[in-house]
Design a binder for this molecule. Structure first.
Ligand SMILES: Nc1ncnc2c1ncn2[C@@H]1O[C@H](COP(=O)(O)OP(=O)(O)OP(=O)(O)O)[C@@H](O)[C@H]1O
Ligand SMILES: O=C(O)c1ccc[n+]([C@@H]2O[C@H](COP(=O)([O-])O)[C@@H](O)[C@H]2O)c1
Length: 224
């Protein structure tokens, strides 16, 4: 199992003996954010999501799950996994030692988030997981495979992203699960709640996107 801790484990939360063999080094009782992404490349918007979730949900760890390939995106622009892992490691390091960057999905041969989350829940029964995503993904969440199963599997925290806030608040997933929404000031309770439970964390916003970074990187210097 390949994984990467972005620094020494925080004091008192180091992996127990044998934890490295388990893969991610997660221990029962930990509150852990699962942050899936293409990270093509990673950027400070991702750091913003991880930091916001750590602070507002009072998490012990955030696992950056570098996806083999978003099943809803075209693969022709997706950089090799090794490059995206390196990119995610570089950015995760800026957030701190509670970040874990993992190719768990590739190693496990899964692509759909529902399968990933079921595997992780089965493997770490005592861990309190929360699925993390930007609000653009809440807007299209009803198109994900088994999205209602995801809602019933673990709590979900949505971090506001510029350009998708209105969309996501009126999204089918938001309406369908409106009565399970936890007000943001009580988001610290989320990891310990039984699913379905979700929250929407607003402001401050970070405008960065991988698409914009790829566009800039691809532009000829003379184009400015
Ligand atoms: N600036 C941001 N603010 C809030 N959430 C973000 C931000 N950037 C990315 N995310 C979230 O991070 C997760 C992984 O995103 P991803 O790796 O696809 O980056 P991206 O910038 O959205 O990429 P692309 O532009 O290629 O679609 C998604 O849940 C996405 O919503
Ligand atoms: O399982 C699905 O149907 C599904 C559809 C779209 C995206 N996802 C996951 O959502 C996460 C964010 O994807 P992306 O490409 O926006 O970074 C990543 O872990 C994807 O595997 C999952």
């Amino acid at each position: 199992m390949s994984f990467f801790h972005a620094g020494p484990a925080p004091k008192g939360l180091g992996p127990r003996p044998g934890a490295l063999r388990d893969g991610l080094g997660l221990q029962a009782g930990m509150k852990v954010g699962l942050f899936g992404g293409s990270f093509n490349p990673a950027h400070d918007g991702h750091a913003h999501v991880a930091e916001t979730a750590m602070r507002r949900l009072d998490l012990d760890r955030v696992v950056w799950l570098v996806s083999p390939q978003n099943p809803l995106k075209s693969n022709h622009e997706t950089a090799p996994l090794s490059e995206r892992m390196a990119s995610a490691r570089g950015v995760a390091k800026t957030v701190g030692p509670a970040m874990i960057v993992s190719d768990f999905e590739t190693r496990s041969g899964v692509q759909w988030t529902i399968d990933t989350l079921r595997l992780l829940k089965a493997r770490y029964p005592g861990v309190q997981f929360v699925w993390l995503m930007g609000s653009d993904n809440l807007a299209s969440f009803h198109r994900w495979r088994g999205w209602t199963d995801i809602m019933h599997l673990m709590p979900v925290a949505v971090i506001a992203r510029p350009g998708s806030q209105l969309d996501s608040r009126t999204a089918p997933a938001a309406s369908r699960y409106a009565r399970f929404r936890i007000p943001a000031p009580r988001a610290g309770l989320l990891p310990s709640l039984q699913a379905p439970a979700w929250t929407y964390l607003t402001a401050p916003l970070n405008p960065r996107s991988s698409t914009a970074m790829r566009a800039t990187a691809g532009r000829h210097p003379a184009e400015g």
